[in-house]
Design a protein around this ligand. Structure first.
Ligand code: TRH
Length: 392
């Protein structure tokens, strides 16, 4: 059944909110043949993830998704129509399924439009990803709202009973094919201007500002194996420049210190960012979406979790580590925990890096097994469509 979907995304900071919303919108169109409108309050950020978009048109269609600029407080389905809607009539028609991404507040006009529908909309709040135990128990619970409406909480997650993770239908197959083809990898890297030496370890770095960065770079500089560090343009660049002692990292230059080469990359499209993750031996990722993509890459990862007030994020970090380390040997589990804790609390990375090197082959095998295990779970877009069908 082809239903209409409205996804509301308010960009708070960074790219996670829009990254997830845009990925979900595309999947609903391409894989489930749904009619999707994506409401975004920040077209500038959207353009970074969808380079074919522009920041001028309030309405534009990309990859089958109608993208609608949303100015908080004023909702016009077609801003070109300047005539005001008749009194009491909302300026929009509410969709069959309404998703507010990450608890963003729906405009009053839109809630009014939901109230006025003959058949109610299914209203869902797509929550942030967490591996905490309580998530499965809260997934799918309703909550009564004003005006007699009901909203359901949809929780992504890593375990049975949650809404799963975003995963395109053929992602694992495409990733395997890419990783089995040295020519495909080489072609992709060369096109980015990356020519790694045969014996060097390729590492991608996408992180927030981080107090542990200098000590981590120091260990890579002093390493026995050469490291080639690839850094998509972003928040970590200023600190990298400081460590390198240069004013401006430019995309053309390769900076070498000891065993470490540092190379700046442009901010990539989402599909190219996936290919970068598939190409590297280790991926340093952050937030929510890049963290999940690194798991689909089936390579070891280091997560810089989005920092929250009162260190609430450290509980989330441990909840994930508890799951992820379940099938690791005690030595590998403790080395990984030590490295992730150090990276997320500004500690020196030297010792944990050394310990991690001892268990590296086990970590590589584990990241592949973890990806295989996770990919047996339902993916979010399918779970949402099923949720809607059951609710009808
Ligand atoms: O940008 P983020 O830090 O977003 C965060 C998180 O979502 C966090 O949970 C949320 O609370 C906060 O925003 C507001 O990290 P994240 O989630 O990894 O999103 C980055 C997106 O950018 C992801 O979709 C991958 C994409 N990306 C590219 O498309 N190209 C690139 O070159 C890079 C580095 C990332």
């Amino acid at each position: 059944m082809r239903a209409s979907w409205d996804i509301f995304c308010s960009v708070i900071d960074n790219f996670g909110d829009i990254g997830v919303s845009w990925r979900l919108a595309r999947q609903l169109v391409v894989e489930h043949d749904q009619s999707v409108r994506l409401w975004v309050d920040d077209l500038e950020s959207f353009c970074r993830l969808c380079p074919e978009a522009n920041n001028r048109d309030a309405q534009q269609t990309h990859q089958g998704v109608l993208v609608q600029h949303w100015v908080h407080g004023s909702l016009q389905e077609n801003p070109a129509q300047q005539s005001p809607s008749p009194q009491g009539t909302p300026p929009v028609t509410a969709a069959d399924v309404v998703i507010e991404a990450f608890g963003c507040q729906l405009p009053d006009d839109y809630i009014e439009a939901m109230v006025q529908r003959a058949r109610p909309s299914l209203w869902l709040n797509l929550e942030y990803l967490s591996a905490e135990d309580w998530v499965a128990a809260c997934h799918g619970l309703p909550s009564l709202q004003s005006r007699g409406l009901q909203k359901y909480f949809f929780f992504p997650g890593f375990t049975q009973g949650t809404g799963g993770l975003l995963r395109e239908a053929r992602l694992i197959e495409q990733r395997r094919r890419f990783q089995q083809s040295p020519a495909a990898r080489q072609h992709f890297l060369n096109a980015l201007g990356v020519f790694p030496q045969d014996n060097s370890r390729l590492v991608s770095l996408f992180s927030y500002e981080n107090k542990s960065l200098f000590s981590w770079l120091d260990t890579l500089e002093a390493g026995i194996q050469p490291t080639h560090l690839l850094v998509p343009q972003g928040r970590i660049v200023a600190e990298l420049q400081e460590w390198l002692g240069i004013k401006q990292l430019s995309k053309k230059d390769l900076h070498q210190r000891g065993a470490l080469k540092v190379q700046l990359l442009p901010f990539l499209s989402q599909p190219d960012y996936d290919r970068l993750l598939w190409s590297c031996d280790l991926n340093v990722v952050r937030g929510e979406d890049s963290f999940v993509r690194a798991q689909w890459a089936a390579k070891p990862l280091l997560w810089h979790i989005y920092p929250q007030q009162d260190d609430a994020h450290l509980e989330k970090l441990d909840a994930f580590l508890k799951l992820y380390c379940q099938n690791l040997s005690p030595a590998a589990g403790s080395a990984l925990r030590a490295q992730w804790h150090a990276w997320n609390s500004g500690q020196n990375m030297a010792q944990s890096e050394q310990e991690l090197q001892q268990v590296w082959p086990e970590l590589e095998a584990h990241s592949d097994a973890w990806c295989t295990q996770l990919s047996t779970q339902i993916n979010i877009s399918t779970a949402l469509v099923q949720f809607f069908r059951k609710w009808l």
